[in-house]
Design a protein around this ligand. Structure first.
Ligand code: NAI
Ligand code: 13P
Length: 340
């Protein structure tokens, strides 16, 4: 039987743990928060996934050594800010050659590393993990829907296609269709940056703007992400795939999206701090802004929507005024990236 260790008991970690357990796998979930371990093993309920029952077969632990020992796959499902510390604590217990699947979405601000790079960096420090296999699993996949078995697609991305295919085989079932992809950087870039555009989409909704605005934000947002990705050497097809435009569409339009909801509250007048508190779960778009700004500068790409979200979130800019500024920029061609 496939043995899977899930690190992180947030909504995404738990929705995947349930799915994998229902597929007949042996699933253990670790949380850094002892009260989650106690509560979820007792109630078999997750407060942010009210429609989900946690299968009795899922074992919870607060012992990171236990979750890392003897597993075929380790799934990193902690918010991006905890990926490095979790990898550092887990490193002594992770065997070389381990398949590690990251489902968190973000870019580390100081290093500009994607999250599989962060894990690889931490595991590389002791010289004992030369062959660890790192996979990014990403796509349009709200936990709220996966926890109810609604049909969902996702991409398993690894530079080693055999490992990507292994993860595809393990995760694939009749409600989760898994594709493979070898452009790990492109996949992770899309996952992190779409959250910023989803904030913009939420803000527009909060301002009372309509579907035209939303379509513009999604299209021009994808354009910004694609321009940056191409400059960074990623593959064009990644950006119009499931983890690219697919994930941007779902995050910018879904009522489940934490980023979209946070933006909505800000557009309605809350401060970013108040909005994050009200959402009550991680809002990765806010965490991704510093790295996005650095990448924009480093690769010389124009990212006006990212700049606009930064202005509203971090510099107190008035959302309505910010939209007016975007609309009244000098005219330009839609084909600029084809020419450059
Ligand atoms: N929720 C979703 O639908 C999806 C989320 N993701 C990504 O998965 C990641 C996790 O998201 P969610 O599960 O929604 O977040 P969440 O806000 O539900 O997760 C919070 C969890 O983080 C863990 N945690 C708290 N403090 C910690 C610490 N000091 N060290 C380690 N872990 C700690 C706890 O288990 C806590 O329940 C994010 O990067 C998100 O972008 C990706 C796809 C779908
Ligand atoms: O990445 C996600 C869906 O694919 C989750 O997005 P939110 O964090 O905005 O809910």
């Amino acid at each position: 039987m496939v043995k899977i260790g899930v690190l992180g008991a947030g909504t995404w970690g738990m929705a995947l743990a349930r799915m994998l357990s229902n597929m007949g796998y042996d699933v253990m979930v670790w949380s850094a928060l002892p009260k989650e371990v106690e509560e979820y093993s007792r109630t078999r309920r997750h407060p942010n996934l009210p429609g989900m029952i946690i299968p009795d077969s899922i074992v919870f632990t607060k012992d990171i050594e236990e979750v890392c020992t003897g597993k075929d796959i380790l799934l990193f499902a902690v918010p991006s800010v905890f990926v490095r510390s979790t990898a550092r604590t887990a490193a002594p217990y992770i065997p070389d050659g381990q398949v590690i699947v990251d489902v968190a979405k973000g870019i580390e601000p100081d290093t500009l590393f994607t999250l599989t790079q962060v894990i690889g960096d931490e595991l590389g420090k002791d010289g004992k993990h030369p062959s660890v296999r790192l996979v990014a699993l990403s796509g349009p996949t709200h936990a709220e829907e996966v926890s109810l078995d609604l049909p969902t697609t996702i991409v398993a991305s690894c530079t080693d296609m055999k490992t990507a295919e292994y993860v595809q085989k393990v995760f694939m079932n009749d409600v989760m269709r898994v594709y493979t992809n070898d452009d790990v950087l492109g996949i992770e870039l899309c996952g992190a940056l779409k959250n910023i555009i989803a904030l913009a989409s939420g803000i527009a909704l909060g301002l009372g703007y309509g579907d035209n605005t939303k379509a513009a934000l999604i299209t021009r947002g994808m354009h910004e992400i694609t321009m940056l990705g191409l400059k960074m050497g990623c593959k064009a097809e990644t950006f119009y795939g499931l983890a690219g435009i697919g994930d941007l569409i779902v995050t910018a339009t879904s009522e489940h999206s934490r980023n979209n909801r946070c933006g909505h509250l800000i557009g309605q007048g809350m401060t970013p701090d108040q909005a994050v508190k009200k959402v009550g779960m991680v809002v990765e778009g806010i965490n991704a802004i510093p790295a996005a700004l650095e990448l924009e500068k480093k690769y010389g790409v124009e990212m006006p929507l990212v700049d606009a979200v930064d202005a509203v979130i971090n510099h107190g800019a008035d959302p309505k005024e910010t939209v007016r500024n975007l609309m009244t920029r000098p005219p330009k061609s839609e084909q600029d990236y084809i020419r450059s």
